[in-house]
Write a protein that binds this ligand. Structure first.
Ligand SMILES: [Zn+2]
Length: 293
């Protein structure tokens, strides 16, 4: 048994202008994970767009394994909109936890308002075909693949995929690997729940972590990635203690992570969403507006 990761470059997103530092708006890079046995394989978190799904599908086909399952860690559409497309190509079953399936339905409904505006004409039909599996676990050639619910992180009701035989956690967006983190959904409740979600991953004592978004140049060392994500949440909290303006938060987070190459758009969207929530606007409208401006 082993795992491979395909890194997909950050796509430009519409609409909105440039970031305060002059950069163009881009989404995060995506990390897509394939867990392989001798003959069969499991895909975790398929990508957003038709063209990225083509690349992921060709990568799976080149490996020559029979794809049995596609597991989804959380409801944000960037990690599952092409699940049905890839499930049909390979005859695989799409699986997720019950709360994730519920949030997938919300994001499917939010496509015209949000996702199709960010990625116009690029997302295929995305019916929610995911089903639960008994005990949130299934097997790849005799080895357990476990969907572990961890609670709220960068969205509500996240889960992670634990592969005990590999010492691997595929963490979705509970952990980021050296990229700015999206706090727009978490901001309303604070980041304490997110910390608790990370603690649940640490309890699994993984050796390797694949984060849904990160810098492809970095390794998968679990301890470093867990520490890095906790550090980012702490830095964000420290900055927010000063009740900054949106640009104040953005500038401060970029200054604290001068080496980060990805996620500056997410830092800006987070900044606007957090400011709007603090000024009394409601979630999720405040977060959606932050993405579209
Ligand atoms: Zn994501």
């Amino acid at each position: 048994m082993n795992y491979d990761v395909l890194h997909l470059d950050p796509l430009p997103i519409g609409p909105g202008g440039r970031l305060p530092n002059g950069e163009e708006r881009r989404f995060q890079p995506l990390a897509v994970t394939l867990i392989s046995g001798t003959a069969d394989a499991v895909l975790v978190d398929p990508p957003t767009t038709r063209s990225d799904a083509q690349a992921v599908g060709d990568w799976i086909a080149a490996g020559g394994k029979n794809l049995t399952h596609i597991a989804i860690t959380h409801g944000h559409g960037d990690h599952w909109f092409t699940a049905d497309l890839l499930a049909r190509r390979f005859g695989a079953q799409v699986v997720a936890t019950a709360p994730t399936i519920e949030l997938m339905r919300f994001h499917e409904a939010a496509r015209p308002l949000l996702w199709d505006t960010l990625f116009p004409g690029q997302i295929p039909a995305s019916p929610v075909t995911a089903t639960t599996v008994p005990g949130d676990r299934f097997r790849l050639e005799g080895d357990d693949i476990v969907l572990v619910p961890v609670g709220a992180s960068d969205c509500a009701d996240s889960s992670v995929v634990h592969v005990p035989a590999l010492g691997l956690v595929v963490a979705g967006d509970v952990l980021y690997n050296g990229a700015h983190m999206y706090l727009g959904d978490a901001a309303a409740a604070g980041v304490q729940e997110w910390r608790a979600a990370i603690a649940k991953i640490a309890d699994l004592d993984p050796r390797w972590v694949v984060a849904g978004h990160g810098d492809r140049a970095l390794d998968h060392d679990a301890r470093r990635i867990i520490a890095g994500s906790l550090d980012y949440l702490g830095q964000a909290e420290a900055v927010l203690a000063g009740d900054p303006s949106a640009t104040g938060y953005f500038d401060a987070m970029l200054a604290r992570y001068p080496d980060y190459r990805h996620g500056t758009t997410l830092a800006w969207v987070s900044a606007k969403a957090i400011r709007a929530l603090r000024d009394g606007e409601e979630f999720p409208a405040a977060a959606v507006a932050a993405w579209l401006s």
